[in-house]
Design a protein around this ligand. Structure first.
Ligand SMILES: Cc1ncc(COP(=O)(O)O)c(C=O)c1O
Length: 372
């Protein structure tokens, strides 16, 4: 599978950069979008505000198309967590419970815990010792009082990718809330069967920090109260001479704490344009090849691989390994010295290539691990 040259030319990360699960180096187009916006802010004219906001709306429409929802069901958000806080605090006062795997990245735990402490649904954390977040496991924990099931599309450590359709069934009538940051733009696009899908753009989307999206199903928009809803999230927000509170917006715009993340929306839309130039299926196919090559290298070096997946559909771009008897911190540092950039997560070293990772990166890794 080869990708269009125009897509590849957008990026310039070093050969050994294998840390996309932490941060995705951005494209030239994302940088240009931010530069252009900052240029406008640096030298405003009478019409700058209007131009910026109309461009913000266009960027929101681009993000909505990528998430495959009408534009009134998409809220730009600055961080993944903000979308999850909106979902969790949107359920205050309903009683019941939410079901969340205990091993989730904390961004998908604190909002539920904080909301529970504020009177929201009780948090039912389920242990998944083998890392297989399957519909069966979720179904066992769901009951008639479950208000939401919250899972990651791709686990930040194991790389296990959930079966979204299966999760939809397992969640029953509860809202299915998906933290998609570890897969969106790499192996996935669109809200699919989820009710709430949130993702920051700083990893696989390669949109940079401060960018993200929250996409909602119609019933999520109906069911979630706009609790963390500030001055911008209401009708006629700028008519400040009319006393607050104004009615909350009917659209996903009701989930805004303050002024929307304008730079982030510009960045996200630029990142979508770049992704669309290659297409998610092509990007996903290259990532699968690259991750398979890295797995082969670490296995030949005698490493143990964290491999909860049973089929290609259950994997994405993340590979965790450890060398028997070696301190993972030392492995991580040694790799960095050899030009291979990874993350250390607990006892494991995490590798995460993207579609612009060149095949030679596997050779660099092999040389560093002495298995080349
Ligand atoms: C699964 C997951 N969710 C969320 C985040 C980040 O959350 P936020 O964008 O709110 O900082 C990360 C990593 O940083 C992650 O791995």
């Amino acid at each position: 599978m080869s990708l269009p040259q125009g897509y590849l030319d957008e990026f310039a990360e070093p050969l050994g950069y294998l840390d996309f699960a932490a941060t995705g180096p951005v494209s030239r187009r994302v940088r240009a979008a931010l530069d252009e916006l900052m240029g406008m802010v640096a030298a405003p004219s009478g019409g700058t505000g209007e131009i910026v906001f109309s461009r913000f709306e266009a960027a929101t429409a681009t993000a909505a198309a990528f998430m495959e929802v009408p534009v009134d069901r998409l809220a730009p958000i600055p961080v993944t967590s903000e979308g999850l806080f909106h979902a969790a605090f949107g359920l205050l006062g309903l009683g019941g419970n939410v079901v969340v795997p205990a091993g989730e990245f904390p961004a998908n735990l604190y909002p539920w815990l904080r909301a529970a402490a504020a009177g929201g649904p009780a948090v039912r954390m389920i242990e998944v010792p083998d890392g297989r977040v399957t519909p069966e496991r979720i179904r066992e924990a769901v009951d008639a009082d479950t208000r939401a099931v919250a899972v990651s599309l791709v686990d930040f450590q194991t790389g296990f990718r959930v079966d979204l359709d299966g999760m939809r069934h397992a969640a029953g009538d509860a809202l299915l809330v998906v933290d998609a940051i570890q897969g969106l733009g790499a192996v996935h696009r669109g809200i699919g069967p989820a009710d709430v899908m949130v993702a920051g753009g700083q990893k696989w989307m390669r949109a940079g920090w401060g960018s993200g999206v929250m996409a909602l199903s119609e019933r999520a928009l109906d069911r979630l109260a706009p609790t963390l809803s500030g001055w911008r999230a209401v009708e006629d927000a700028l008519e400040t001479h009319r006393r607050a509170p104004h009615p909350a917006l009917a659209s996903a715009g009701r989930f805004q704490v303050g002024t929307p993340p304008i730079p982030g929306a510009f960045q996200f839309a630029a990142a979508v344009d770049v992704i669309e130039s290659a297409g998610v299926p092509a990007i996903a196919a290259v990532i699968a090849d690259r991750v398979a090559a890295l797995e082969e290298v670490v296995r030949s070096a005698g490493a143990e691989v964290m491999a909860p997946w049973a089929s290609p559909a259950e994997r994405a771009g993340i590979l965790c390994f450890r060398l028997p008897g070696a301190d993972p911190a030392a492995t991580h540092t040694h790799l960095a010295e050899a030009g291979v950039l990874s993350s250390q997560r607990g006892d494991w070293v995490r590798l995460a290539p993207h579609a612009t990772t060149r095949p030679e990166a596997a050779g660099l890794l092999a040389a560093a691990l002495g298995s080349g």
